[in-house]
Design a protein around this ligand. Structure first.
Ligand SMILES: NC(=O)c1ccc[n+]([C@@H]2O[C@H](COP(=O)([O-])OP(=O)(O)OC[C@H]3O[C@@H](n4cnc5c(N)ncnc54)[C@H](OP(=O)(O)O)[C@@H]3O)[C@@H](O)[C@H]2O)c1
Length: 361
C-alpha cells in the first residue's frame, strides 16, 4: 500500500499535505513531523505567506503552499504513487474540502490516505452530526469510509483503512477513562456517570477569542456547554450498550496545553482500588501511549508535550474515580492524527511521537 516500509533500511518518503497550517494543530503536526522518517510535509494555508512568521517554533524546512496550488500538486503526486492529506480545519470545512477533492481527483483518490483532525467524520450517524454540530453533514456518503481514529480501541480498522477521523481531545480522554469499566460491566447503568473535564486555552484554536484572551484566562476557571458538550456524542457512540445518563461538563482552565478529566462512575458491584487498577492495567497493557499510574495522581506536567495519556484510579464506597490527563494538542490532536497515519501506512505506530512529556509546563 505504501512506498515507505518500516522494515527497509532505506525509507522512501511519502508526500503529506497539512491543511490549516496556521492553526494550533497544524503547527503541532508540523513540529512532530520534524522527526518522522517517512513523511515529507507541505504546509497548506489559505492566508499565511510565511511559515516562519506564523509558526516560529517549527524550524525544519517545510514548503508552504496556498490551497489551489496544493490541490494541483496533490493531484500530480497521486498520479505517481501514494500521498497523504491531514485536514486540520474547522468542522464543516474539512468535510467540504474532502467532497471537492473527491470530485476533482476521481480515480486518483485510490492512492490518497487521509486523516481528518476535525469532527466531520467521527460520528457515524449524520442525524447525530447535525444535532451535535448544528449543520447538515457536508459529505454524508463518505461517513462509512472513515475509521474512528482512537488506535487503542480501533487499531485494526484504522490499519485497514485509508481514511481516519482522529478522535476529539476530550473524547479521547473520556473514552480511555470510561470504556474499560463500561466494557467490564462493573458500572451501574441506572445512575448518572459524572464526568468533569478541564481544558487549556489551545483547545480553542489559534484565533484570539474572549475566552482565550490572556487577562481573562490566565488565573480564571469556568464551566461551559452545561447542556451537553459535543464530545459526549463520541463517548456515547463508543458505549455498547448505550448509557442514557452521561453527564459531562467541560471547563476552561488557566493553562495553554492539556486536559484533566475526573470521572465519578457508580459501581454496580463491589471493587477495590487495586482491582480497578488491575482492570485498567490489563486493558492497556500493550499500549505504547497509555500509562496507568502506579502511585499518586496523573497531573498535566506528566503528559504535556507527549503523545501519552495517563490514567489514575481510586475506589471510595460505591464510586470508581478515574482520572485522565493528556495533551490536547498531541494525544488529543496532532499526535493522535500522526499515530493514525502511521497505522494506515503500516509504519511503526510510534514514529514521530514523543513518549516523554516536557516535565515543566
Ligand atoms: N486545538 C485542539 O486542542 C484540538 C484538538 C483536537 C481536535 N481539534 C480540531 O482540529 C481542527 C483544527 O483545530 P485548531 O485548534 O488547529 O484550529 P485553528 O487553530 O482555528 O486552526 C484551523 C485552521 O484552519 C484553517 N481554515 C480553513 N478554513 C477556515 C475557515 N473557514 N475558518 C477558519 N479557519 C479556516 C486556518 O488555517 P489557514 O488559514 O492557514 O488555512 C486555521 O488556522 C478543528 O476542527 C478542531 O476542532 C482541535
Amino acid at each position: 500500500m505504501s512506498t515507505a516500509v518500516a522494515s527497509k533500511s532505506r525509507v522512501e518518503t511519502v508526500p503529506l499535505w497539512v491543511f490549516g497550517a496556521s492553526g494550533m494543530l497544524g503547527g503541532e503536526l508540523l513540529r512532530l513531523l520534524e522527526t518522522h522518517p517517512a513523511f515529507a510535509p507541505t504546509a497548506v494555508s489559505r492566508k499565511i505567506t510565511s511559515l516562519a512568521d506564523a509558526q516560529p517554533h517549527v524550524r525544519s524546512q517545510v514548503a508552504l503552499s496556498n490551497v489551489d496550488d496544493a490541490e494541483r500538486a496533490l493531484g500530480r503526486a497521486l498520479e505517481r504513487g501514494p500521498a497523504a492529506l491531514a485536514l486540520s480545519l474547522p468542522h464543516g470545512e474539512s468535510g467540504e474540502l474532502f467532497a471537492r477533492l473527491r470530485t476533482t481527483l476521481g480515480s486518483r483518490l485510490d492512492n490518497l490516505t487521509v486523516v481528518d483532525l476535525a469532527a466531520d467524520f467521527r460520528l457515524a450517524d449524520p442525524a447525530l452530526y447535525r444535532a451535535t454540530y448544528g449543520h447538515a453533514h457536508p459529505c454524508v456518503d463518505e461517513l462509512a469510509s472513515f475509521a474512528y481514529g482512537l488506535p487503542e480501541f480501533h487499531r485494526a480498522r484504522i490499519a485497514a483503512s485509508k481514511r481516519t477521523a482522529a478522535a476529539g481531545c476530550f473524547a479521547t480522554a473520556l473514552q480511555l477513562a470510561v470504556v474499560p469499566a463500561a466494557r467490564a460491566g462493573i458500572l451501574d447503568e441506572h445512575m448518572p456517570w459524572i464526568l468533569h473535564g478541564v481544558t487549556g486555552s489551545s483547545g480553542s484554536g489559534a484565533e484570539p477569542k474572549p475566552g482565550t484572551h490572556h487577562p481573562y484566562r490566565h488565573a480564571n476557571l469556568w464551566a461551559y456547554s452545561l447542556d451537553g458538550h459535543r464530545h459526549e456524542a463520541e463517548l456515547a457512540q463508543a458505549l455498547e450498550p448505550a448509557h442514557a445518563k452521561l453527564h459531562f461538563v467541560a471547563h476552561s482552565g488557566p493553562f495553554a496545553r492539556g486536559i484533566h478529566l475526573t470521572c465519578a462512575l457508580p459501581l454496580a458491584k463491589s471493587l477495590s482500588t487495586s482491582e480497578a487498577h488491575a482492570l485498567y492495567a490489563a486493558a492497556f497493557a500493550d499500549e505504547p501511549f497509555v500509562e496507568v499510574v502506579e502511585t499518586g495522581v496523573p497531573d498535566l506536567r506528566r503528559v504535556v508535550g507527549s503523545n501519552r495519556a495517563a490514567l489514575g484510579l481510586n475506589v471510595r464506597g460505591d464510586v470508581l474515580t478515574v482520572l485522565c490527563t493528556l495533551d490536547n494538542l498531541v494525544k488529543g490532536g496532532a499526535g493522535q492524527a500522526l499515530q493514525c497515519l502511521n497505522l494506515m501506512f503500516g509504519f511503526p505506530e510510534t514514529w514521530g511521537l514523543p513518549r516523554s512529556g516536557l516535565g515543566v509546563v
